[in-house]
Design a protein around this ligand. Structure first.
Ligand SMILES: Cc1cc2nc3c(=O)[nH]c(=O)nc-3n(C[C@H](O)[C@H](O)[C@H](O)COP(=O)(O)OP(=O)(O)OC[C@H]3O[C@@H](n4cnc5c(N)ncnc54)[C@H](O)[C@@H]3O)c2cc1C
Ligand SMILES: *[C@@H]1O[C@H](CO)[C@@H](O)[C@H](O)[C@H]1NC(C)=O
Ligand SMILES: *[C@@H]1O[C@H](CO)[C@@H](O)[C@H](O)[C@H]1NC(C)=O
Length: 612
């Protein structure tokens, strides 16, 4: 964004809205019933569902643009090409992480109609039923596995044939999958060279194969279903929920519209009333009012930011920035949870055809033809094989368990305490996966790793699903164009580090054993042998990154427990403001988030339609 625009935005904010907005400026004819801030995953689901009623008008404000039929988005294997590119990605960074080599961690977030579903890895699966039930037990009636299942099914259409999944030991439970929802779900048509060897190695290590990881029990190893259409193109929130409905006269979508803050009025007996929003479009600062509700769907980093800019949050944080406090809600931006993820890489023997082979013109041409003509091959796929394993898999003697149970959690903030205590109970619950290992048939940059063209690589991506660190997302300026400050507090406790060390040893053993190990020529990252636990710790600190699923910054919990929204997703203390996006998830689950978010947004649409 050019400097002139920046200055105008800042100035306009200062001049036009020195106080919470109170006077009426918009002609009421253009006032929609609902304003949705952010046209990402949740925003577009809500827009589609609420505008099913022709008598209801909806306006979506999205910062990014509309990008249909763009190969960087549609072709599955192109996915990483959008990361860091400002046309598609907000490309945030965390603060430098003290315990991770003082490095800021890269945090991509999708921009444009479709949000992060334009740039994500398309893995589409669910956590275990116990974890969804736990969301209800935290104080959120109605948010349990049975309800989630209903909405998982409503959101998707699953197309597969039993013969194609059989060779991987899978049998889907048809009762657990949707048949006529907007999002397209398929089983990978092209299986990379790592899948069968890794499945066989898992057998030798006693790791079970799961026939259907989406039916409430996801412990074990499996080939993941994907948000990919039957013609091998990405199914995103935009292609699934927006494109078919874009001509509805009651659905108005404004792109290039960046919301700064909410227009609030005090005085209603049911709380603060939100009249509308202020946004910047081009160089113009504009105002849009809503006759019913404003719904924030800007994601885990930007929803808390908009709340704080609007004076809703912790007074000790926003007050010192000169923002008048409209509503004291201390947990806004707190309880931020981010997984810990690290990778290590091997060079493979011989001449296997993997994603890296596409650097050779002959392979690239052949694969392109295969994709265009038969909708299969390397370009049609993303890494498919996942192992979700309980802590006991790597902690056979309960050593980590013992220290984890002794962790003192009193210093954490209120919202964090409740979920941390629950996690402590989960340590001993073998129904809850703690580790996610993903086998990737390509080179990924890591400390000391060198890429040699013409060779094939395997990168192992390991995630800790329930780490004990808690971070925060807060503004440090009243300027809506400044990024929020994202603190992860990665590795701020010994337990996460100890679990990571044991997990690394286990994942490394897995990759170098049996049929999978037989593919390996040399370990190239880490570049030197790690002899002691301290060596491993140092490597993990250098390798640590994000797997891109931030949650919890506007948590759904009882207010006394540090919640920001109630079970109808209404912000406490407001009459007509809801949050529907990943920030409401109070505790992490053992699945990548998108399936869960489609279900959350589908359920939210029903709640809003009922006017609860
Ligand atoms: C690189 C990457 C890979 C991932 N891989 C997977 C995967 O394989 N499987 C999986 O299940 N999940 C994956 N995810 C996670 C999943 O895609 C996200 O959790 C999900 O899309 C979040 O949905 P959301 O509605 O909360 O936010 P988003 O989908 O991010 O949407 C937020 C929208 O709000 C807009 N916005 C923000 N601020 C403003 C503002 N001030 N004014 C107007 N608009 C605004 C943004 O531009 C964006 O379009 C991945 C995520 C990333 C980033
Ligand atoms: C794939 O199918 C979708 C409809 O489900 C369609 O919109 C899209 O254009 C198709 N893409 C190609 C490349 O055929
Ligand atoms: C939650 O767990 C998933 C794996 O299931 C992981 O990919 C993600 O990064 C985790 N997110 C957080 C916020 O811990």
């Amino acid at each position: 964004m050019c400097c002139r625009r920046l200055c105008i935005f800042r100035l306009a904010f200062a001049i036009a809205f020195p106080e919470p907005f109170t006077s009426k400026t918009m002609p009421s004819t253009s006032v929609p019933d609902y304003i949705i801030v952010g046209g990402g995953l949740c925003g577009l689901v809500l827009a589609a569902r609420l505008s099913e009623d022709p008598g209801v008008s909806v306006c979506v404000l999205e910062s990014g643009s509309e990008t249909f039929h763009d190969e960087n988005i549609d072709v599955p294997a192109n996915l990483a090409q959008t990361w860091g590119n400002p046309n598609y990605d907000w490309a945030f960074f965390s603060t430098p992480q003290k315990e991770a080599g003082a490095r800021p961690i890269f945090l991509p977030r999708g921009k444009g109609l479709g949000g992060s579903t334009l740039i994500n890895v398309m893995e589409l699966t669910r956590a275990s039923s116990v974890e969804y039930d736990a969301i209800e037990e935290l104080g959120n009636p109605g948010w349990n596995w049975n309800e989630f299942l209903k909405y998982f099914k409503k959101s998707e259409t699953f197309t597969y044939s039993p013969q194609e999944v059989e060779p991987y030991g899978m049998h889907f439970d048809d009762n657990a999958h949707g048949t006529d929802g907007p999002l397209k779900k398929t089983f990978p048509r092209y299986m990379d060279t790592l899948v069968q060897p890794a499945l066989q190695t898992a057998d030798t290590l006693g790791i079970r194969r799961i026939s259907d990881p989406s039916a409430g029990d996801n412990r074990g190893i499996f080939v993941a279903t994907k948000s990919i259409d039957t013609n091998a193109t990405r199914s995103s929130a935009a292609s699934a929920y927006y494109e078919p409905n874009k001509n509805r006269p009651n659905l108005n979508i404004l792109t290039g519209a960046r919301v700064g803050r909410l227009l609030t009025v005090k005085g209603s007996s049911s709380g603060i009333v939100i009249r509308g929003v202020e946004y910047l479009q081009g160089d113009a600062l504009k105002v849009l009012e809503a006759s019913k509700e404003v719904i924030l769907c800007a994601g885990s980093y930007q929803t808390p930011k908009i709340l704080e800019l609007s004076g809703i949050g912790d007074p000790s944080i926003i007050g010192k920035l000169g923002i008048p406090v409209v509503l004291d809600l201390k947990s806004v931006g707190a309880n931020h949870q981010d997984h810990l993820v690290y990778t290590f890489t091997f060079r493979l023997k011989g001449k296997l055809e993997t994603y890296d082979s596409m650097q050779e013109p002959e392979v690239a041409e052949r694969q392109k033809k295969l994709y265009t003509e038969e909708r299969t091959g390397l370009l049609s796929a993303t890494p498919s094989l996942f192992a979700f394993l309980p802590l006991r898999t790597v902690d056979k003697d309960d050593i980590i368990l013992d220290s984890a149970r002794k962790m003192k959690l009193e210093d954490a903030n209120t919202a964090a305490q409740k979920t941390l205590k629950l996690q402590q109970q989960w340590l001993v619950n073998d129904r809850i996966p703690w580790i996610d290992i993903n086998f990737i048939d390509r080179f990924m940059p890591g400390p000391g790793a060198n890429f040699e063209p013409g060779k094939a690589y395997m990168t192992i991506n390991v995630m800790l699903l329930h780490p004990f660190n808690r971070g925060s997302v807060h503004i440090t300026s009243p300027d809506p164009l400044q990024n929020p400050v994202i603190e992860l507090n990665a590795f701020d406790n010994d337990v996460d580090l100890a679990i990571s060390v044991e997990t690394y040893k286990f994942a490394r053993k897995f990759s170098t054993t049996g049929p999978l190990g037989a593919l390996v020529e040399e370990e190239i990252c880490p570049a030197t042998e790690l002899k002691t636990d301290d060596d491993i710790k140092e490597f993990l600190r250098q390798s640590l990154g994000s797997s891109f699923h931030p949650i919890g910054t506007v948590g759904m919990l009882p207010e006394k427990d540090g919640g920001c929204v109630d079970p109808s997703l209404k912000v406490y203390g407001t009459a007509n403001l809801r949050v529907v996006d990943a920030s409401i998830i109070p505790i992490n689950i053992s699945a990548h988030l998108q399936a869960t978010l489609y279900a959350i947004a589908e359920k939210a649409a029903d709640i809003i339609k009922k006017g609860v």
